[in-house]
Design a protein around this ligand. Sequence first.
Ligand code: SAM
Ligand code: SF4
Length: 512
Amino acid sequence: MVWDRMLQNKGLSKYNSVNILPICQLHLFFAIFAHLIQAMEILDIQNKVHDESKQGEAYSPFELDANQYKKRFYIESYGCAMNFSDSEIVASILNDEGFGATKNFEEADLILINTCSIREKAELTIRKRLTEFRATKKKNGTLIGVLGCMAERLKAKLLEEEKLVDLVIGPDAYRSLPGLIEEAETGQKGVNVLLSRDETYADISPVRLNSNGVTAFVSIMRGCNNMCSFCVVPFTRGRERSRDAYSIVAEAKDLFDKGYREVTLLGQNVDSYYWMDEKKDEIVTFAKLMEKVALISPLLRVRFSTSHPKDITDEVLFTIAKYENICNYIHLPVQSGSSRVLQLMNRTYTREWYIAKVNRIREILPTAGLSTDIITGFCTETEEDHQDSYTLMEYCKYDLAYMYFYSERPGTLAAKRYEDDVPEDVKKRRLQEIIDLHRIHSLESMQRDVNKAFKVLIEGNSKKSDEHWFGRTDHNKVVIFPKENYNLNKGDYVNVFVKECTAGTLLGTIEN
Ligand code: SAM
Ligand code: SF4
């Protein structure tokens, strides 16, 4: 029973599927939260773009049989979705060189770690992980490579400090992997951390790794020009550049033809996507790009991440409203609720400006889901500034939030200009207060969905039971429901009536 049929039967659209507002039972307040809290960081497993459960997961190919290759590579990815997406480009380059993926690093000829530098903790985790490959390298002579942001930040120092690293390759240098591997095979060290002003890997067809065959990331741009003072990304990923719109649409179309039913358009700041179509003498904005992807098929869901509050336009909001298959969900990182701190962060908006943007979103897209990123304990943050963040969270009542305490990163504007002067225990206490508040909001958000019907894209079996499907709503909320006797498959859309919820999951039954 695919969505088309459900629509005919029910006459539902994304606007009229929402109607009643009952309250979940009080005991659900004490239900197990789906958040994973690690060292005072919290990332919600609902959202694939920051999926903590996938950090460091070994990748294996979805589409290709590893046995057809002479050599094997093993790759682990950390950090944001861009990194996971980059690993799929690396896999494609390696396949062309005769390397197939393996999930077992002990049988690999080449071990790669695609790294993240966003917070100190991420770097420490990766450094520790590297040492776990030492014995395998000694026994088998395996080559070890560090890719991504840490490679860019630490450069040749990694070769010295870790001693076991053979390759250090920055995010814009993956095309040089084959040559560098050849060099490393002769005992030399291979380093390329050159950043590029135009590399977008547009012509490389990513090899989907660990894919469910239903949802995929499509990278639309690289780098970032924003220079938020706390952030290392502009230094590790270079200047912003947008990918050829034709290649993006072709990749999304190819995914659709292969049975995928959802694409997430990825960039550090998707709203500043800008590409000149010389053939048509037409400027392609992010809104226009989204529209082109949405028009591939009404059965292809379109998501995107991340939006910078200063760049998201009415054109984008109206495009979301116009197309039923563009998900009604916006990730709009605020970082702080204090205008003074926002200025130090170089976010280029004030608290009032951000609130006006949220109001505008709710005016044009009244049912849109909203999520955010927020940092506690940034340089000079006072209790009053912290209260501003708290009250802003109360105002916005985010469905989802990624909350961090400030971690000074060497080389950033903040590290150069300001003292990291909020004591760690204060940063963590403030973070906990923000987390506690957000838990109430996220649970309320789930409770609001009880006794309503939602169009759900089936992504596969529930992890706990083959008798249940796992899928997501337009708002990216996880839904689990019994398969019953319906002849459904993954990739189908189905209407699910939500009967209960936990803080991380909606539980329902298929509507008939
Ligand atoms: N480009 C996106 C944006 O502007 O929101 C995402 C950037 S970053 C990969 C994801 C999040 O990490 C940021 O939104 C910010 O909240 C957090 N972050 C970045 N640098 C940080 C730092 N030095 N300490 C703590 N959190 C940080
Ligand atoms: Fe970092 Fe700001 Fe760019 Fe996001 S927009 S990647 S936080 S500099």
